[in-house]
Ligand binder design. Structure first.
Ligand code: NAD
Length: 363
């Protein structure tokens, strides 16, 4: 069988890490026809938009995509391609496993860290509903809010709207519980700041508590305030299993957790909608490393492992993950971020590390 998958190389270091992942996936023997399309800075040059319709069409048709990071140009008026893709395709669930592999440079060598972040992807402060300081509409909104809430807002304020709905909260919490069951996880932790934002985070929390009732006896459930979670993750990350969070906290906590398990070079990710999935590393396009054959390809290769599992290619996924584990454990053919010091002269490049991983695949 040949799978058809949309491939978006992305910007900056994207093409390098995507090429590495493609090579490793191909070395597992799984046959994939890659339908390559461009998005981001290269697409602006060719199509005048960072997200051409052909990209969305291709993903809608193939239902599976592997994507490199995309630069969000600052001050050009273009919205983030990543946020647009998630909204256009209704990729409502972002899944980011954070697992500590032996041999990784980290302060947490003795800990057994193996947690999964499930981030709501469609609303919250990421909805992109913003009003700039000084604009006519902003002043109008300030007047309306002041009238309705009987509270003062400084006239020189910008405004961002944070919508959190019952339906989107229920959908992501249910997804988290189902994910936990399918993946033999034990506990779901709902993360919020409901003590301060009673009608948004409060609704998220209430919804989670209600849905948790349906899973009583099957899975443990707990709730935690996001600032306290940040502290606990730094002190005892081994206590957490599946975390479900609204969009913005999910974004921030993902990077914190990547830091626990060796940095952004080690953090894979996936975005799921109904019957559609897009796999991508957590990291961005790291422009200063573009074309240098320097960055760690593992985040993208492990995103490929998630993709193989999604396609039902469980054996290939395991072989590839085990190959990554062996190469990191040996510590010889690894990039600078996995060496004891960042300036270690024995660090290899992106291409060489991917080749070492291919060599270690046992079929
Ligand atoms: P970044 O993740 O690109 O890089 C931050 C730093 O992390 C790098 O300088 C590097 O030291 C390290 N790093 C990242 N990836 C690495 C890897 N594979 N191996 C080793 N080290 C790695 O974050 P940024 O600099 O804040 O963002 C750059 C651009 O990427 C921005 O335009 C941003 O909007 C975009 N971005 C895109 C995505 C996405 O496409 N999903 C995600 C995050 C950021």
């Amino acid at each position: 069988m040949v799978y058809k998958v949309t491939l978006i190389p992305g910007d900056g270091i994207g093409p390098e890490v995507i090429s590495a992942a493609k090579k490793c996936i191909s070395a597992t023997g799984v046959k994939i026809y890659w339908e390559e399309v461009i998005a981001g800075e290269t697409a602006i040059k060719e199509f005048g938009t960072p997200l051409p319709e052909v990209v969305l069409d291709s993903i809608r048709r193939n239902r599976v995509a592997l994507k490199g990071p995309i630069t969000t140009p600052v001050g050009t008026g273009f919205r983030s391609v990543n946020v647009s893709l998630r909204q256009e395709l209704d990729l409502f669930a972002c899944v980011r496993p954070c697992k500590l592999y032996p041999g990784v440079r980290t302060f947490y060598k003795e800990k057994n860290i193996d947690l999964v972040i499930i981030r709501e992807n469609s609303e919250d402060l990421y909805a992109g509903i913003e009003f700039a300081e000084g604009e006519k509409e902003t002043k109008k909104i300030i007047r309306i809010i002041e009238k309705l809430s009987k509270r003062k807002i400084r006239p020189d304020s910008g405004i961002s709207i944070k919508p959190i709905s019952y339906s989107a909260s229920a959908r992501i919490v249910r997804f988290a519980f189902e994910y936990a069951l399918k993946n033999n996880r034990k506990k779901v932790t709902c993360v919020h700041k409901a003590n301060i934002m009673k009608f948004t985070d409060g609704l998220f929390l209430e919804t989670a508590e209600k849905i948790a009732e349906e899973y009583k006896g099957k899975l443990e459930f707990e709730t935690v305030i996001v600032d306290n979670l940040a502290m606990q993750l730094v002190q005892k990350p081994e206590n957490f299993d599946v975390l479900v969070l609204p969009n913005l906290y999910g974004d921030i906590i993902s990077d914190l957790c990547a830091g626990l398990v060796g940095g952004l070079g080690m953090a894979p990710g996936a975005n799921f909608g109904e019957g559609i999935a897009l796999f991508e590393p957590v990291h961005g396009s790291a422009p200063k490393y573009t074309g240098q054959n320097r960055v760690n390809p593992v985040a993208t290769i492990l995103s490929g492992v998630l993709m193989l599992r999604y396609l039902g290619e469980i054996k290939a996924a395991e072989s590839l993950e085990n190959a990554v584990v062996r190469v990191i454990k040996e510590g010889k053919f690894v990039t600078y971020d996995l060496k004891p010091s960042r300036t270690d002269p024995t660090a290899v490049g992106t291409v060489e590390m991917a080749e070492a991983i291919c060599q270690e695949i046992i079929l």
